[in-house]
Design a protein around this ligand. Sequence first.
Ligand code: AMP
Ligand code: MG
Length: 401
Amino acid sequence: MEIGVSVETAIKIACKNPIKKTTESVHLEDAANRILAIDLISKVDNPRFDNSSMDGWAVKFDDCKHGSKLRIIGTNQAGKTDNKLLKKGEACKIMTGASMPDGADSIVIIEDSIEGDQFVTIKGPARREYIRKKGEDIKKGETIIFAGTMMTPPAISLSATMGYSKLKVVSMPKIAIISNGDELIQPGLQLLEGQIYESNSFGIASLIQKIGGEPVRFDVVQDSIEGLRDALNLAASSCDAIITSGGVSMGDYDLVRKIMESEGEIKFWKVLMRPGGPPLFGKWKNTPIFGLPGNPVSSHVVFTMLVEPWIAYSLQTHADYGPKLVDKVSVILQNPLRGAPGKICLRRIRISNQDGKLIANVITHQGSGNIHSMVANNALTLLPPDTNAKEGDQIEALWFR
Ligand code: AMP
Ligand code: MG
């Protein structure tokens, strides 16, 4: 077991113990937000044939002067082909998406024409760029979407364009969430003296969903070794990974750490970050387990800094096209900020755009129990260890998406 590792080392250790990745086939209708498991090769050219991007007239460019009269040979409609041949002095009416008649090289838009019985008078320019050329966007056989891409709405449309009705995607790993603490009560119920509403499991569940996992929220476990053991055993046998909340620091009732020390296998404990110092990672009965601190801000921050990259690595999500919770940006601080001795400091800041520059304000109390600070703000600082920042300093930050 390593104690007190850097964020980078923690991620490296966790990634040596990834969540097992499996794949499945889903219909396109069910593919939203799923992570593509294989490269997708187009089954067709796109466009499939030369066609018009406008409603207008297919013509020969050289025939078209202002006032030219061209003989109408018929109409090309999208979805109907009857291979017309356009000769000099002729025009074929054409609808958006209809195939170009042979012999035509340009389009005059409807608005630039006066249509008669047999002739059309040209009143505007003929344009070659209104022809969408076969294969100019996508060539049949080309790899277009890469494994690891999250299926966004346009990616789903693109898959359909390429001829796919089903996609091979990464199965959503089932991730157990176990909150522990005698004080935790389900929101909505009556609170007794000393009790608070349990919140972390809900936030963690939505973080898991956001990056392509299936959260399985367990009932809150009391501060009891037996209860914890039962929950961990059930989670290990029914889920692909376990995330616990609470009970990992130095207190007498920090039982997740205690049971992991005596009955589990800890790979690391404590990370050089603030907030979120005491997380642990290891295995329970061969199932990977992340123990997050109970303080609500800490649990979210540790998820963002450590758990998200670990899940993304496990699912092999594409770094550029995969799901991400944050973007790294450079911001100009409007207030001084204190860093942390020996630890990377992740303070909550609010980024806004001022005349094209990203500026950041510190607007809330920074306590790690104050989850409001994660809502009122929209970013975390990345202040290196032992570094304070002054007003006007340019610093790196993680901007929540
Ligand atoms: P712990 O890590 O168990 O020592 O808890 C640290 C602090 O976080 C305590 O104030 C707990 O009451 C609080 N806490 C622990 N778990 C949760 C939870 N699931 N939801 C909200 N607050 C929690
Ligand atoms: Mg506790």
